[in-house]
Design a protein. Structure first.
Length: 266
């Protein structure tokens, strides 16, 4: 599905969200950059990878060893999951450069190669000398090709809702974060009650028609309404994050609760 709409995906998102998708992406990147600056996770950039023990696809590091290993000035490690064409990864690069983390290592992972191809094309156009250039690679959110305790920050936009096994995906995010690291998740949520009848009418009746005009593929967006209505509201999803092991899970609900931006600290 994502492969079919890859070339029109960003335009469709902007159109179908009434232009709000750019604002939501910026809010997510700001949340992550704020943590990178040290306001939310004091352990950020204080742990460095110790010699890993390989286990399956991913290397593992003992939590106690990772928590005790320090390296002043170590580059920030950031993973953007379900990265698609890289919108969040590029927004992160701009925010991190502006906050003094120009040496950050940003990795965008997705399971859709046609989407990654677009992200790589966009990365090649970056010429600013202080802007970190994201690296893009294939990666399954339920089996991330990343070592344990290797990332300072993990971001994901609109991806958790599509996990086949949400609990497993959240545990994977927890696994790859360093102690004190933070996950920043942008996801559709349940809007204010008075808005829901109008919102769900739009999702189920109007959005597929607009999507067909924008992408030529009506069926690609027909799942959206059902998947959003089935997703837990912000407090319930925060509880799922805590159940996955996160020490804290907070959220904001911009745009009348149509989306929620969650921050979970390991």
């Amino acid at each position: 599905m994502f492969a079919r709409v890859a070339r029109r995906y960003d335009f469709a998102n902007l159109l179908l969200s009434g232009g709000f998708s750019k604002h939501w992406t910026a809010r997510l990147a700001d949340s992550a950059a704020k943590s990178a600056a040290g306001s939310g996770s004091p352990a950020l950039s204080t742990t460095s990878a110790v010699p890993p023990v390989h286990h399956g696809r991913c290397a593992t590091t003992g939590a106690a060893e990772a928590a005790g290993a320090t390296a002043a000035g170590a580059p920030l490690s950031v993973a953007d999951l379900a990265t698609g064409s890289g919108d969040v990864a590029f927004a992160l690069a701009e925010r991190l450069a502006a906050t003094g983390s120009a040496g950050a290592r940003i990795t965008g992972l997705d399971f859709c190669e046609p989407m990654l191809a677009i992200a790589r094309e966009r990365a090649q156009s970056i010429s600013h000398p202080t802007l970190p250039v994201p690296h893009f690679a294939l990666g399954d959110c339920l089996d991330l090709p990343l070592p344990d305790a290797s990332q300072d920050i993990v971001t994901i936009a609109y991806g958790v809702r599509n996990f086949q096994d949400r609990a497993r995906g959240l545990r994977e995010i927890f696994r790859v974060l360093k102690p004190g690291g933070s996950a920043h998740i942008l996801e559709f949520s349940q809007p204010r009650r008075w808005l829901r009848p109008f919102y769900y009418f739009y999702l189920r009746a109007l959005l597929p028609l607009i999507a067909r005009a924008a992408t030529g593929d009506k069926s690609a967006y027909q799942y959206l309404g059902a998947s959003i209505s089935a997703f837990p509201d912000a407090p319930a999803f925060a509880a799922e994050l805590r159940a996955a092991g996160f020490a804290t899970a907070t959220f904001t609900r911009p745009t009348l609760g149509i989306v929620a931006i969650h921050k979970a600290v390991k």
